[in-house]
Design a protein around this ligand. Structure first.
Ligand code: ATP
Ligand code: MG
Length: 391
């Protein structure tokens, strides 16, 4: 008997001829994530994957968190593989397996059998009845409920027999790479990594851009962003991080625009720079961590006055309807929270107005910007001097 993990994935089925490509990419992400836990293999089998290791024991505790949060994974089931497919052996191991996970509380269950090996002497109904009866007789806390069971005990008869039960839901969504490429504006804060994760969850392949303003922002602030990028790779498989030197742009704005509007101009300059990177590298969208009304620069008039800076690519804001607590909850779940709360300043907090304007007018902002003769050059320089790190 060998312990295995069954991985179920959802919406790939809709993806037609790209399906194989997407499945293979998903396998690669899983394989990369679990490689540090031992010698495990991901095997593709009719609409799902089976993970098994060299050992009969499976390191579920460590591996499951690195599988269920990968976009596209809808659920995992803990299970076993048996070479001896005799009904006596299946029955005995099914019971042992059920006792391992469900011996504490009362539970209802049913058995579902799939028999792809048609030479098997019993049909699927007979196998289900046999195994179900055996579990029922030997676990006093069990009860059969065929309509709405708490546990579905699955028996699959192929070259080997597989038995699965305990199901743990995954994050769902679409596998990364099935919905194009986008560029995430990523500060070291709590919000933007979550925005990136949510876009990745719908299948977007993510790269990130960070605006760095040394010496006003420290090396440690930059390191924090790198650590977040590395963490996000657990879900996305890999990330390209563009680090843009932004000090000159920021100082120029500081000297040339009204104080209460500085953040609006800074955010516009970020979008303009990110847009240039996006156009050059075929990203079809920018992503930011704005959530409506969270701070002065995220009121609807402010978002409107900032948004018009990007003309070529759409700006997506996956967090717009989420409360701070909801964002924090996701960031804890994906493991970026602990990194994001490290106390290093980011460039938006350096030249910040005492009383930032909350209802800026787009036309006024755009008119002032037209007179900022050197802005476009500085933005171009910043973009041309960016450092690229691949995680
Ligand atoms: P976050 O928690 O993501 O830092 P925030 O709540 O601090 O967001 P702002 O500082 O207003 O909000 O930033 C809004 C968005 O602008 C961020 O979510 C991010 O997408 C982008 N952004 C801000 N600063 C930077 C930066 N230094 N580099 C890249 N993107 C940035
Ligand atoms: Mg921030």
């Amino acid at each position: 008997m060998k312990e295995v993990l069954l991985v179920k994935y959802g919406e790939i089925a809709m993806r037609g001829k790209n399906r194989r490509l997407i499945e293979n990419r998903l396998i690669k992400i899983i394989q990369k994530n679990i490689s540090s836990f031992g010698n495990y293999n991901v095997i593709k089998e009719q609409g799902r994957f089976i993970i098994e290791g060299d050992n009969d024991k499976f390191d579920y505790d460590n591996i499951i968190p690195y599988v269920i949060n990968i976009p596209g994974v809808t659920a995992v089931c803990l299970g076993i593989r048996l070479e001896d497919q005799s009904i006596e052996n299946i029955r005995k191991n099914a019971l042992e397996h059920m006792k391992m996970y469900f011996s504490k509380d009362n539970f209802t269950f049913k058995v579902e059998t799939k028999r792809s090996d048609k030479r098997y002497p019993l049909d699927s109904r007979q196998v289900s009845a046999d195994v179900g009866g055996y579990v029922l007789n030997n676990m006093k806390n069990s009860k059969v409920d065929v309509h709405n069971p708490q546990v579905v005990l699955m028996v699959e008869l192929r070259n080997n027999a597989y038995i699965y039960s305990k199901l743990i839901y995954g994050v769902g969504g679409l596998p990364v790479g099935s919905s194009g490429k986008a560029l995430l504006l990523m500060s070291g804060g709590i919000d933007s990594p979550v925005a990136g994760f949510l876009a990745a969850k719908r299948g977007t392949s993510i790269s990130a851009v960070y605006f760095d303003s040394p010496p006003y922002t420290s090396e440690r602030a930059k390191q924090k962003v790198k650590d977040i990028a590395e963490r996000l790779c657990v879900f996305t498989g890999g990330i390209k991080l563009y680090i843009v030197p932004f000090t000159d742009v920021q100082l120029y704005l500081y000297e040339n625009v009204p104080e209460e509007k500085i953040t609006i101009f800074l955010k516009r300059a970020m979008l303009k720079t990110a847009e240039k990177i996006a156009v050059e590298n075929n990203y079809s969208a920018l992503i930011t961590g704005d959530s409506i009304g969270q701070v002065a620069s995220q009121t609807l008039p402010a978002i409107n006055a900032i948004n018009s800076a990007a003309k070529e690519v759409v700006v997506l804001r996956p967090l717009l309807g989420l409360d701070k607590q909801e964002i924090v909850d996701i960031s804890k779940k994906i493991g970026t929270f602990e990194i994001s709360i490290r106390p290093y300043e980011d460039c938006c907090t350096i030249f910040v107005a005492k009383h930032p304007e909350t209802k800026p007018k787009k036309s006024i902002i755009e008119n002032i910007e037209l007179k900022l003769d050197n802005l476009d050059n500085l933005i171009l320089d910043a973009k041309n001097n960016c450092e690229i790190i691949e995680f």
